[in-house]
Design a protein around this ligand. Structure first.
Ligand code: SF4
Length: 226
């Protein structure tokens, strides 16, 4: 009967003498080895220090860095979000909450609730939970209106859970020059699709006059919503 050869696939370990490399060097090499290590430490002492002086000095991020989200506006100030919830469905971390509502062109004095976006619907409630968000960007890919984008803002630390759930008023883009804060009517003679075709370039005199005349009603609308 033939005997099994060690390490030939019969399940038994091979001889340890064949897998452990033999020790090289001798007494002097062992003595000098730590000095080589100290040499690396000594040389590093004279190199330029790479410490970032954060938060005093903030390094700019890469251009396409995925930071805090923003809900964008059209050039006249109406909101781009249509409350479709596609961003919430696309989110793998279940970090987004959206509740849509219908725009209402009934005069506010007659019980209307206002127009916040062109078209039929707008995002009435919008929240992002930054304790869950993994900044993957799937939400902004899912958004059909480019309402949701990501900024380069990365300072999102806090000391309590509640303040890391961002609400719509925190996420909505600021009102820039040429815009009016929503709600207000659409530009006269324009349809929803005209907004996406870039035909609206800013608020009009008619919209400004409407905002001026209805400032009190809009303010009461906002206080009722709180
Ligand atoms: S942000 Fe975009 S995807 Fe999300 S609800 Fe608004 S329109 Fe829809």
């Amino acid at each position: 009967m033939s005997r099994p050869v060690p390490g030939s696939g019969d399940g038994r370990p091979t001889s340890s003498s064949s897998s452990v490399p033999e020790r090289q060097g001798g007494g002097i090499a062992d003595f000098l080895a730590p000095l080589g290590g100290f040499g690396v430490t000594f040389a590093t002492m004279f190199r330029k220090v790479l410490t970032e002086e954060y938060p005093e000095v903030k390094r700019p991020t890469e251009a396409r860095y995925h930071g805090r989200h923003q809900l964008n506006r059209h050039p006249d100030g109406l909101e781009k979000c249509i409350g479709c919830e596609l961003c919430a469905w696309a989110c793998p971390a279940d970090a987004i909450l959206v509740e849509g509502a219908s725009n209402d062109d009934t005069p506010i004095a007659e019980g209307g609730t206002g127009r916040f976006s062109p078209g039929e619907r707008f995002g009435r409630v919008y929240q992002i939970n930054y304790l869950r968000c993994i900044f993957c960007g799937l939400c902004i890919e899912a958004c059909p209106t480019r309402a949701l984008t990501m900024t380069n803002v990365y300072e999102l630390a806090d000391n309590n859970r509640g303040d890391l759930i961002f609400t719509k008023d925190q996420l909505l883009a600021p009102v820039q020059e040429g815009m009016l804060p929503s709600p207000h009517p659409m530009v006269d003679g324009m349809e929803e699709r005209d907004y996406y075709l870039g035909k609206v370039t800013g608020s009009t005199r008619e919209q400004e006059a409407w905002a001026h005349d209805h400032a009190d009603e809009v303010a009461s609308l906002e206080s009722n919503r709180r």
